[in-house]
Every structure is written in structure tokens, then in C-alpha cells.
Write a protein that binds this ligand. Structure first.
Ligand SMILES: Cc1ncc(COP(=O)(O)O)c(C=O)c1O
Length: 397
């Protein structure tokens, strides 16, 4: 029998047991994978009724699938929203949210410190559809407010931001958005709903590259959004169903499995993240460290206000130039030199030459993405092994 979920349970219990858990049909504790592209109609009238929306049920997996629906329900539950929507990637989530909210001739205001792929979507794709992106330095929210006009449809922020770990005050940003009668969209990839719940702080739509901490094992690419039933239905029907960037049932199952261990993984990422940040902050070969948990991080007080813990992502700069950074990266053994983040494995990268190479040098400077910035996604290995590896590679500079 499905057990009764108590919303007052701690987050770990909620992620393990989910919003309803066990499959009512069979009692399966792990949800079934409905690996089917299509679903048989009972008769011709049933098919017509399903298409008209006059009967409930599944038609075709681009339009909906029970395993994917299970994941959407869990994410909505954990993000404290009314409904969720799964996508084939985080980029598909960003794109579909944008075209659900904006038409040609309209604009949106975005932080300029965001994932490089999202920046490319804003700068290269949306203008071709007649939608104008207005990227500004969002660490000063006056810049956001000044960029809004009567054609602005939403504000987009990432907090903590990829790759420099700057933060934006979600509550204040939501107040600005609502004062102008527009929506606030928050990319919550770095924090996850365990560390930060943007909808409870006033945001209207929360999205994820679920490829990262939600999956947690580096084995699938996926995106998720959570919002009101009204927006999710609109985004599904007016955009995702027809543009088609959907998730596969198997990847939905991997994400449901990932969610079960989200809390324990995040606790370990946070614990290791704090220790590695402190280690780097005192290292003679390191010029600077950006980690929201360090007392001197410019938004440390804000981090304490809007996040439960400080996460597993760190940005830091090595003394010297590009050559020193390359030598450091090439000498690592345990830390894997790769893009992506949020995996069990520690991943390390040089954003301005990889994930953020869509930025011009001028844009990098405006977004405070230093040429020597190295981004580390601290994994769940033994922390002493991570620090030993960083130390031996730093000593080779
Ligand atoms: C913060 C953030 N948002 C969105 C994306 C895009 O997600 P995906 O790679 O799943 O398409 C990424 C990818 O790295 C990201 O880091």
C-alpha cells in the first residue's frame, strides 16, 4: 500500500519516500519504467476524446508518459510548486520557458552571469526569433529594474551563478518583478530544492539542469521546471508538445532514483565544499576563492538568508596566468578535468575556454568571470583525497 506522506517530515524523508511513493498497481517500491512511445486507445471515440482533452490518459510519450509524470510530480512536491515539467535537457527547459513567455517584439531581462549555453541561447537564438535578451549585472538589482520596460515579460537569474558563484537576492528580485507585473524565473541548478526553494521566496518559475545534482551520477542529460498548474500547462501545450525537446522514460527513472539520495549527497557535497574552499583560501598558490560559505564572500549574509547550506561548487583563481592554470589542471589525478557538475566525482574546468567560451572577452569582464577562474564541482569522495590531489597539482606550478 502507498504510505501516507507527512509534509512535516524532514527533507531526506521526503526525497526518499516522495509525494506518494509506491506504485499503487503493483506495490513496486521502485517506480516502473513505461518504455513505450505510444499508448493504445480503447476505441476510436476514446482516441478522439483524449485528443480533445475530454478523457484523461496517455496518448504518445512526446505528449506525456507515466514515468515522466511521476518525476514531474516529485519535483513539484520538492520545489513546493503546483506542477512540474520535464525536458530533454536544461537548455530545452530554458528555451521552452522563454518562448512560452515571450513573443517577437518582446524582451526579457537576465543576469549576465549565467551558464555559457544559456548566454548563447539568449544572444544567438532568441534575437533570431525577434525576442530581445537584456543581460545586466544582477549583483546590483537596480540594473535589473532599469532594464525593464513595457515589453519585458520576465526576469531570469541563476543563483548561485555559474561559474563565479555570485548570488542574487531572490526575494528582492521577485518584488521587482511583481511590481512591474512580470515573472521571475530562477535557475536553481547549483542549489537544488534541498538548499534553496525559490518559489517559497516569491519566484514564479524554478528550473534545473537536472543533468547535475538531481541525477547526481553523471549518467543522463535532463531539464525540469516547476511552477503553477497554469504556467506548466501553458508551457507543455503551447511549446514543449510542439517543439519536442522531451525526456526519455528511462532518464526520468534515473532522475527519480537520483532524487532518493539527493539529501545525503548534498550534505556530503556541502561538507566537502566548505573544507576544500577553506583549504584553497589559505593556499599560497591561490589568488582568490569564491564560495558562498566563506565569511568574506560578498553575498555570504544573503547565502545564509536564502540557502540552507552553501553547496559543492567553488570558483577560484590561481596565481599567474593561463599557463599556470593549464599546468595545474593537467597534473590532477583524482579530480576529473571535465565540464558538467553535481556528479559524485569531483569535476574541474576552466570556464572561459570551455563552458563560457560563448562570451566575448568584454562580456566575460562585465560578468566578472576572470580569465584565471577555475570551477570545481566538489564530489563526494574522501575530502582528504580531493585536497591532496589539488595540493600536489598546485605544487607543480
Ligand atoms: C546553471 C545551468 N543551467 C542550465 C544548464 C544547461 O543544462 P543542460 O546541459 O542539461 O542542457 C547548465 C549546464 O551546465 C547549467 O550549469
Amino acid at each position: 500500500m502507498p504510505h501516507k506522506v507527512d509534509e512535516n517530515w524532514g527533507f531526506a524523508s521526503l526525497t526518499v519516500h516522495g509525494s506518494g511513493g509506491i506504485d499503487p498497481l503493483t506495490g513496486a517500491v521502485s517506480p516502473p519504467i513505461y518504455q513505450s512511445s505510444t499508448f493504445a486507445f480503447k476505441n476510436a471515440q476514446h482516441g478522439e476524446d483524449l485528443f480533445k482533452g475530454e478523457a484523461a490518459g496517455y496518448i504518445y510519450s512526446r505528449l506525456g508518459n507515466p514515468t515522466i509524470a511521476g518525476l514531474e510530480k516529485e519535483m513539484a512536491f520538492l520545489e513546493k510548486g503546483e506542477a512540474g515539467l520535464a525536458f530533454g535537457s536544461g537548455m530545452s527547459a530554458s528555451f521552452n520557458i522563454c518562448i512560452s513567455l515571450c513573443s517577437a517584439g518582446e524582451n526579457f531581462v537576465s543576469s549576465n552571469t549565467i551558464y555559457g549555453g544559456t548566454h548563447a541561447l539568449h544572444k544567438k537564438v532568441m534575437p533570431r526569433l525577434g525576442i530581445e535578451p537584456r543581460e545586466v549585472d544582477a549583483t546590483d538589482l537596480n540594473n535589473i529594474e532599469k532594464a525593464i520596460d513595457d515589453k519585458t515579460k520576465y526576469i531570469f537569474i541563476e543563483t548561485p551563478a555559474n561559474p563565479n558563484l555570485s548570488l542574487v537576492d531572490i526575494e528582492v528580485c521577485a518584488e521587482i518583478a511583481h511590481r512591474h507585473d512580470i515573472l521571475l524565473v530562477v535557475d536553481n541548478t547549483f542549489a537544488t530544492p534541498y538548499l534553496q526553494q525559490p518559489l517559497t521566496l516569491g519566484a514564479d518559475i524554478v528550473m534545473h539542469s537536472a543533468t547535475k545534482y538531481i541525477g547526481g551520477h553523471g549518467d543522463c542529460v535532463a531539464g525540469l521546471a516547476v511552477s503553477t498548474k497554469e504556467f506548466i500547462n501553458h508551457c507543455r501545450k503551447m511549446s514543449l508538445n510542439d517543439t519536442g525537446g522531451v525526456l526519455s522514460p528511462f532518464n526520468a527513472w534515473l532522475l527519480l532514483r537520483g532524487l532518493k539520495t539527493l539529501t545525503v549527497r548534498m550534505d556530503r557535497h556541502c561538507e566537502n565544499g566548505m573544507r576544500v574552499a577553506q583549504f584553497l583560501a589559505f593556499h599560497p598558490k591561490v589568488e582568490w576563492v569564491s564560495y558562498p560559505g566563506l565569511r568574506y564572500h560578498p553575498e555570504h549574509e544573503l547565502a545564509k538568508k536564502q540557502m540552507r547550506k552553501f553547496g559543492g561548487m567553488i570558483a577560484f583563481g590561481i596565481k599567474g596566468g593561463r599557463e599556470e592554470s593549464k599546468r595545474f589542471l593537467d597534473n590532477l589525478n583524482l579530480c576529473t578535468l571535465a565540464v558538467s557538475l553535481g556528479d559524485c566525482d569531483t569535476l574541474i574546468s576552466h570556464p572561459s575556454s570551455t563552458t563560457h567560451s560563448s562570451y566575448t572577452d568584454e562580456e566575460l569582464a562585465e560578468a566578472n568571470i576572470a580569465p584565471n577562474l577555475i570551477r570545481i564541482s566538489v564530489g563526494i569522495e574522501d575530502c582528504s583525497d580531493i585536497m591532496d590531489d589539488l595540493n600536489q597539482a598546485l605544487r607543480k606550478i
